[in-house]
Write a protein that binds this ligand. Sequence first.
Ligand SMILES: [Zn+2]
Length: 368
Amino acid sequence: MTDPLPSLVCSSCGREYDAHAWRCDCGAPLDVAAPPTDRAADPLPERPPDSWIDTRAGLWSFEPFLPVDRRVSLGEGLTPLVDAPEWDAEFKPEYVFPTGSFKDRGATVTLSLADALGVERVVEDSSGNAGAAIATYAARAGVDAEIYVPASIKPAKRRAIERTGATPVPIEGSREDVTAACVDAVENGDAWYASHAWNPAFFAGTATVAYEICAQRGWTAPDAVVTPLGHGTLFLGAYRGFRALVDAGWIDSLPKMLGAQAAGYAPIADELHGRDGQRNDVADGIQIREPVRRDQILDAIADSGGDAVAVPEFDTEDALAALRSRGFDVEPTCAVAPAALDTYRERGAVAPDDDVVVALTGSGLKIQ
Ligand SMILES: [Zn+2]
């Protein structure tokens, strides 16, 4: 344990913790407080260096923004930015990752922190993608992993977890029941909670999507970014990345952060617009009724002039068919993002001349 380790701070009451903690005693989620002193010794330059991206380092090109050293990596990140003229947008195919989803951004940073802490066993709860990512990076680190999953998990996602040597723990009931069972295991055992919803290292990892988008656009931010929104792993991470770049003076303003939720599981959109009674069971990866970082998601929307919408099932299926017919082999959940873009345009939240980046979050290869 020679690495400098980040300290954590409660997002609600401000109490400080060391990097072993996963939740404040008050119940609120923790955030990375500040980089450890010797990581902050070299201040960021006023402008980004010309040769910022190192193709061998992947997303660890942005290590000065990350709270730990690169210790557990599979060369992840630097996903493409692809023109999508049929949608009048650019797509960020976040399924171009070792385990087929953007969750590897969080997993590489979270397991790097676990390794720095000397953790020997991690647990996570997930509908599939985050579980596969944590299991895979735990295998890379030589750390045991137990992944709590819904009993209804897609067989291919369960197999992706099992192949790594991790143990899937199927739980009957709702997605909330899965989390509750996992939290019980953390509270009553000795495992470290590598949670994509709770662990602040995970969000430091997903923030790299913002650094990549801006680097790929010549250090300019788009006008709007659309992502699926469940626990907000990518949505909030991206917001934090753009916010860090604004604060560093590297970009001028935040993009509007626009979330795409599944109707019937859309607490953020329901709060902003009221509930419409539909239900979207196609987008199974974002069926989150109680996002851990709900207040932070609402703050990110307010700060960026963003929004959230609830996407019905038939719009998701239409968008999925359109994506696949144009070569984007994605899983159903991420089709909510291009579907939501249509809604945002109809509502005027996205103007005709806005530059828009849409994140495609999970591979279609993992749902068989
Ligand atoms: Zn607190």
